[in-house]
Ligand binder design. Structure first.
Ligand code: UGB
Length: 567
């Protein structure tokens, strides 16, 4: 097969039989892995690569023939009656859901060496992203089952890892007893890398350090579809009555604020595909959801990556390109890569495609003749491109929510974050943590509590609002209705306060907090940390501050019942 596909160069340097036989066997083992992990096998990979490389050389734009226009979708307003009823509908449906976390990326942009799901979501409690995600799924499971009067459902949770993240993800789960989830609920799917391409003829590149090894690189988060299909998980989920598959990314600490209502939208609108989106600042480094109309009449509502949206707009009669409109935002909502797919139609589609996703290639050429590459390249794919192969009858929608409520990813290192244009979000560890406190403070405010205004502070060159450090466990505040029922209007929290709420039945009544409840009460809560200070832990350096734990009041109730906490 390799010879048929023009890969004879891979064997040119091979010595006669009997020499290096073990290494040759390892070579074919790798070829087998590369062959079985790609829909259609390695031959299909090489053929797809030849076509995409030829298109790239010819300067063909994948959006040729398409005109972009502003799409229309569901726009939700946090806390209004519609939002509250959608949240209730979503919680009800949650017992029919399965969750999929794509966590194969290493976070090179963040400049953090560990796995991103092990990073603290916020440093008041120090709980990591993975713990928060699992606790959120368990809280949904508990609430959903309670609503339906049953208690058997276990919501499945799949995690896509890669060679870069697999061992550390498993270790994190095992050393923390799966954060309370039953181990059988969790399925790990490891994505394989794909072969690198050395030239325009799609000749596979050999590893510079090992002539019996094909060089490989990540294929992208789009692999999740073929892995779910080939693992048989989707059929298994269908057979146990699942109806929805919810995909999400590794470091968005606000995401679960949006899940109940977005799932409610999917269920009430009957969407086969529902993408979550937030208002997006022009040129912000997240994809824009766009309606594309082809000259042949086809239309689709799809994510257009940030680096392609601006040129596409300029080429189709919008001389300002990707620009903010009168609202101060781009008219193209920002894709936050949280997809809700209806399982039945999803399986039917994957039976046809086996999970293959539309791919792209991004070679860096040595010069304008485009004949040679600076370094090897590979095909890539993105999970949000799934709708590209769907028939026009598919119900594809999207749901827009406020960014303060739903989106605060941790992607950028301090230096890059500090260079983000003023007014655009930093998407750093610093802003990701501050966004949690801001969202929780705003939710408490909306529930009627008096929450002081934030102060503005600069950490690692990023000016952020510092709200009271309010954080709670998902079981306490899963939906706005839950929070509203548990917070009475006669409560207040000052800016310098820390409030950690754990436990489902805590009611906040008559609280006047100017200090720390459960965790730390400090004047200078955050100590500045320079990201170049190597004496600090890496996870602290990338956020630019740490808590000085001076004094704390922690109350543990071992018996249920009414307890009164006196000043
Ligand atoms: N990931 C994998 O699991 N495997 C891989 O091979 C690669 C990544 P990035 P990206 O929400 O801000 C996406 O690198 O791809 C996981 C959208 O394309 O953080 O640059 C990885 O672990 C973009 O439209 O993001 O941009 C992580 O969980 C916009 O929505 C996830 O995939 C943007 O995210 C995303 O990987 C955003």
């Amino acid at each position: 097969m390799l010879l048929n596909e023009g890969q004879g160069h891979l064997f040119e340097h091979w010595p006669e039989p009997g020499v290096d036989d073990d290494k040759k066997k390892n070579f074919f083992d790798q070829v087998c892995r590369l062959n079985s992990s790609y829909p259609g096998g390695l031959a299909a990979y090489i053929q797809n690569a030849k076509k995409l490389l030829a298109d790239s050389k010819a300067g063909q734009n994948p959006y040729d023939g398409f005109t972009p226009s502003i799409p229309s979708g569901e726009v939700l307003t946090f806390g209004d009656d519609n939002f509250v009823s959608l949240e209730a509908a979503g919680v009800k449906e949650a017992r029919n859901a399965a969750f999929v976390l794509v966590a194969g990326g290493l976070g090179e942009r963040l400049g953090y060496k560990g796995i991103k799901v092990a990073l603290p979501r916020e440093t008041t409690t120090g709980k990591c992203f993975l713990q928060h995600y699992i606790e959120s799924i368990l809280a949904l499971q508990e609430a959903s089952c309670k609503m339906e009067g049953e208690c058997h459902t276990k919501i499945p949770f799949a995690i896509m890892t890669s060679d870069d993240t697999n061992a550390l993800t498993i270790k994190l789960l095992e050393s923390n007893s799966y954060f309370g989830m039953e181990p059988s609920q969790v399925k790990i799917l490891k994505q394989e890398k794909v072969a690198c391409l050395a030239d325009n003829d799609a000749r596979l590149a050999l590893d510079p350090n090992d002539k019996y090894k094909i060089q490989t690189k990540p294929h992208g988060h789009g692999d999740v579809h073929s892995l779910l299909y080939s693992s048989g998980l989707l059929e298994q989920w269908k057979n146990t009555g699942r109806r929805w598959v919810l995909f999400f990314q590794d470091t968005n600490g606000l995401l679960f604020n949006a899940i109940p209502s977005a799932l409610g939208v999917s269920a009430t609108k009957g969407y086969n595909v529902n993408s979550l989106a937030v208002p997006r600042k022009a040129k912000e480094a997240i994809g824009g959801i766009t309606k594309l109309t082809h000259v042949d009449g086809r239309t689709m509502v799809i994510n257009v990556e940030y680096n392609q949206l601006d040129p596409l707009l300029r080429a189709t009669g919008h001389p300002d390109g990707d620009a903010n409109c009168e609202t101060g935002y781009s008219p193209y909502p920002g894709n936050i890569n949280q997809l809700i797919l209806e399982l039945g139609p999803y399986i039917e589609e994957l039976k046809k495609t086996h999970g293959a996703i539309s791919e792209f290639v991004n070679p860096k050429y040595t010069d304008s003749t485009k004949t040679a590459f600076k370094s090897s390249t590979r095909l890539e794919c993105m999970m949000q491109d799934y709708p590209k192969t769907l028939p026009p009858t598919a119900k594809v929608g999207f749901t827009v929510m406020d960014a303060w409520l739903a989106y605060a990813p941790v992607k950028n290192n301090p230096e890059d974050a500090a260079k983000v244009p003023k007014g655009n979000p930093f998407h750093s560890a610093t802003s990701g943590e501050m966004a949690i406190y801001r969202a929780n403070s705003l939710i408490l405010r909306k529930a009627g509590a008096q929450i002081s205004d934030p102060v503005v502070s600069t950490f690692n060159g990023q000016e952020v609002e510092v709200w009271p450090r309010v954080t709670w466990s998902p079981r306490w505040g899963l939906t706005f209705k839950d929070v509203k029922q548990k917070v009475h209007g006669n409560s207040s929290v000052s800016q310098r306060s820390v409030l950690v709420i754990n436990g489902r039945n805590v009611v906040i009544d008559g609280l006047s907090l100017d200090g720390a409840l459960i965790v730390n009460s400090v004047d200078e809560a955050e100590q500045h940390v320079d990201h170049r200070d190597t004496s600090e832990k890496e996870e602290t350096r990338i956020r630019g501050f740490k808590f000085e734990k001076v004094e704390q009041l922690e109350v543990n109730y071992t018996e249920p019942g009414k307890h009164c906490l006196s000043p």
